[in-house]
Design a protein around this ligand. Structure first.
Ligand SMILES: Cc1ncc(COP(=O)(O)O)c(C=O)c1O
Length: 317
């Protein structure tokens, strides 16, 4: 089967911006650090839209009428899937695991705005089994469901980051390393396939137990010969979604040097990994490093840290 051309869901290329004040704060030279602004895409921003351009094309080719996907209650991927469905005239069902809390609206509020249907799976229950049930129910009702996996990380989805690798090569031909948060692995895999494993530094956020294996498998499926991956596992802390002290510092530093808003789950940990890589010499002075900002802002407002930040500010009044 030939791969269908991607549908267009955002404007490309995203900007690549210098980050001299953040570079200095991290101990780098002013022109060592650049930020690829994939937080500035459509659908409230983030990396998943590049994957969805390919996944939705595949779903539409198969005649889909409804997109079904899964994730945690604050899944950025689920929110963007809901938006992609809306603009393509499809429906979306989000099968989300956890305990939704209206006091932490974040991505949930946006998913409602985009018109998705929500199915909540209590913590500990089998999400994939529930997704299969939902797909079967939709089919029985005459719909054609397309099931998109966790994080949109199939080889098809990861193709979106091959395109990003090409943009980066054009925008900064002498780039040495791209630093990226790793969840389900498709984003890093596409970059590895496009730039080579030696130029991509992934920072594991603890979303899946086997991040390295997933990245390798996806990059291989895209035709890459994957040598040794550069994947840091030192920023997970107490687990996926739990803010670490280093990510908290990274978020504050990015905001107070460049006005960049990072999130506690992905990009805060990714920048903490970049800072750790400068400190241990993995990333060195005089080389061009790109921090891939993968979005996640809505997730900040679905995380307890947002209330903490407001409380800290009010405590200083
Ligand atoms: C904001 C953000 N950054 C990074 C990632 C990680 O991307 P991937 O799942 O492709 O590893 C995600 C995944 O959900 C995300 O929402």
């Amino acid at each position: 089967m030939t791969t269908p051309a991607p549908v267009r869901l955002s404007s490309w290329p995203t900007p690549l911006e210098p980050a001299p004040r953040l570079a200095a704060a991290l101990g780098l030279r002013a022109d060592d650090l650049w930020v690829k602004r994939d937080d500035l895409t459509s659908f409230a921003g983030g990396n998943k839209v590049r994957k969805l351009e390919h996944l939705v094309a595949e779903a539409e080719t198969a005649g889909a009428t409804v997109l079904v996907t899964s994730g945690g209650v604050q899944s950025n991927h689920a929110r963007m899937t809901a938006a992609a469905a809306a603009v393509r005239g499809l429906s979306a069902v989000l099968v989300l695991s956890g305990a939704p809390d209206a006091a932490r609206p974040g991505n949930l509020a946006l998913a409602e705005l985009f018109g998705a249907r929500l199915v909540v799976v209590p913590p500990g229950e089998d999400v994939d089994a529930r997704v299969a049930d939902v797909a079967a129910e939709l089919q029985a009702a005459g719909e054609v469901p397309a099931v998109l996996p966790l994080g949109g990380s199939t080889a098809t989805g990861a193709r979106g980051y091959l395109a990003c690798a090409a943009e980066l090569t054009e925008q900064l031909p002498d780039l040495d390393s791209v630093v990226v948060a790793v969840g389900s692995g498709g984003t890093m895999a596409g970059l590895v396939a496009g730039l080579g494993a030696e130029r991509v530094l992934g920072v594991d956020t603890g979303a899946v137990a086997d991040a390295a294996a997933r990245v390798s498998a996806l990059a291989t499926a895209l035709g890459a010969t994957v040598g040794e991956l550069r994947l840091r596992g030192d920023q997970v802390g107490e687990g996926y979604g739990v803010l670490t002290p280093a990510a908290r510092v990274a978020m504050t530093t990015a905001a107070r040097t460049e006005g960049l808003v990072l999130d506690p789950v992905y990009t805060g940990k990714a920048l903490a990994g970049l800072a750790a890589a400068v400190a241990d010499g993995t990333l060195s002075l005089g080389r061009r490093t790109v921090f891939l900002h993968t979005g996640g802002l809505p997730g900040l407002f679905g995380h307890p840290h947002a209330a903490q930040l407001a409380g800290d500010l009010m405590g200083r009044v």
